[in-house]
Design a protein around this ligand. Structure first.
Ligand code: FAD
Length: 308
């Protein structure tokens, strides 16, 4: 039986496991894919103290750091169910195995909703981007598009407009879903154009990087083309919490795990960290900090509730 069982092997999970192991707690990690979203990232320039690195390199370093400690890492395993038992919790894996633990850190991360159009996968990381905080500076002085006119899309457009040459926002519906104050701000910026009723149909490229996109004007039915260096897809970040929907754990209406300042969830002894939670900003450095918080929270819980 684990003292702390961490579900998820991204930066949040890795950090949580290291903090738990350093407290002398019997720690395990269940990870579908160790490294999480970091494994899909090319350049990382905002992981403070390391000027520039690459996702796979950072994943290898995370793994090396975890291996310094006595942590039971269960690779390629997906958690399917969380339930309570008399002295803690049980995690049932998709393969049917059941793991029990006195406390849990849930750090299953999130995934960006994709447009599902031709070219998106091919140019992912080569002009198709999902994170303005991460990749905005790569498009300095160049034209970009933001797909999605909700809060995250309009925030991204305002953010990018300070860096890039021009931002075109494409919204599928005939109205923007963002807050009025954001729409007003975006509309006041000279280098932002907002196009509504626009359905993106294809990402165009030269074989190496993005050169533009095509979209259909949903009012006239006409197909149109934009010349671009980058496309920021901002149509939603989906927390990987589907497996928790039938548990007693409280989730937000977006499916995020609700946590407090110590990372505690609605269930005693169960902590949450990283992009799977209602933390407002989703970044590597933030996920790692929240993993540390969750483990220290779990430690705090265990010294009060564990008599073995
Ligand atoms: P994740 O990294 O999503 O990891 C989740 C972990 O949980 C994975 O191991 C996954 O396999 C596992 N998992 C999921 N479901 C289950 C399950 N049911 N059972 C078991 N395991 C499960 N941030 C930056 O700070 N700088 C950047 O430059 C940057 N660039 C990015 C570029 C891209 C393309 C993307 C997609 C994201 C980028 N981000 C960047 C965001 C950053 O990667 C995330 O904020 C961070 O990885 C979140 O960490 P996490 O541990 O919470 O979740």
């Amino acid at each position: 039986k684990f003292d702390v069982l961490v579900i998820g092997g991204g930066p949040a999970g890795a950090s949580a496991a290291i903090y738990s192991a350093r407290k002398g707690l019997n720690t395990g990690i269940v990870a579908d894919r160790f490294g999480g979203q970091v494994a899909d990232t090319l350049a990382i320039e905002n992981f403070i103290s390391i000027k520039a690195t690459e996702g796979p390199k950072l994943v290898a370093q995370l793994e090396e750091h975890v291996k310094e400690y006595d942590v039971d890492v269960m690779h390629n395993q997906r958690a399917a169910k969380l339930s309570r038992n008399n002295n803690g919790y049980e995690i049932t894996l998709e393969n049917g195995a059941v793991l029990s633990a006195k406390s849990l850190v849930l750090a299953t991360g999130a995934r960006w909703r994709e447009m599902n159009v031709t070219g998106e996968q091919q140019y992912r990381g080569h002009g198709v981007a999902y994170c303005p905080h991460c990749d905005g500076p790569l498009f300095k002085g160049k034209p970009v598009a933001v797909i999605g006119g909700g809060n995250s899309g309009i925030e991204a457009a305002i953010d990018l407009a300070n860096i890039v040459e021009h931002v075109t926002v494409l919204e599928f519906a005939d109205t923007l879903r963002a807050d009025e104050v954001l729409i007003r701000k975006a509309s006041s910026m000279a280098n932002i154009t907002i196009i509504k009723s626009a359905q993106t149909t294809e990402v165009l490229g030269d074989g190496k990087k993005v050169t533009g996109l095509t979209y259909t004007d949903r009012v006239s039915g006409d197909s149109k083309q934009l010349t671009l260096a980058g496309i920021f897809v901002q149509i939603g970040l989906i927390p990987n919490t589907e497996w928790l929907k039938d548990s007693e754990l409280e989730l937000s209406k977006f499916g995020e795990i609700l946590i407090d300042a110590k990372g505690a969830t609605s269930l005693p002894g169960v902590y949450g960290a990283g992009d799977a939670t209602n933390t407002p900003f989703k970044q590597i450095i933030i996920a790692m900090g929240s993993g540390a918080t969750a483990s220290l929270g779990a430690f705090d819980y265990l010294i009060r509730h564990s008599d073995e």
